[in-house]
Design a protein. Structure first.
Length: 145
């Protein structure tokens, strides 16, 4: 995890956190197992090559899963769940890409554990693949020993 500032009990505007991961064809298979998404864009090399994407692309859920990890593990952190997620898919992610999910706190309510975030997923070539906003509820949890 990369953070600009260390986490306090409550997220503060401007706090940011990121995680990176290599995307693989196995990720496509695993996502299909839980979602049932067998779109040829994810599996059929020839059909995908003829599409506007020019090749295999991973499911959107694979591309954005790194944001779940950042939110649940880093910022706002354990005990966080999405209340709202508004995403724009701007560029394809392919097997072999390294993607980095980054969240930046844009608002933090003082009366409730609700945090607003800017979110993005960037490919290793610098292209923003996904951008958007999120609202999270965070219940501070202590991990069991």
């Amino acid at each position: 995890m990369d953070t600009e500032e260390s986490r306090t009990d409550r997220p503060r505007v401007g706090h940011t956190a990121s995680r990176s991961r290599l995307v693989t064809r196995r990720d496509i298979e695993l996502f299909t197992e839980i979602s049932g998404d067998r779109n040829p864009l994810h599996y059929d090399d020839e059909a995908a090559a003829r599409s506007r994407f020019g090749g295999i692309v991973v499911q959107g859920g694979v591309s954005t899963a790194v944001l779940n990890a950042v939110v649940a593990e880093d910022l706002p952190g354990p005990g966080s769940v999405f209340l709202q997620l508004d995403l724009r898919f701007l560029a394809p992610v392919r097997p072999g890409d390294v993607i980095t999910g980054t969240v930046t706190v844009t608002s933090a309510r003082a009366d409730k554990p609700i945090t607003g975030l800017d979110v993005q997923v960037v490919r290793d070539d610098g292209v923003v693949a996904v951008g958007g906003t999120a609202v999270c509820w965070t219940e501070v949890l202590e991990r069991s020993p």
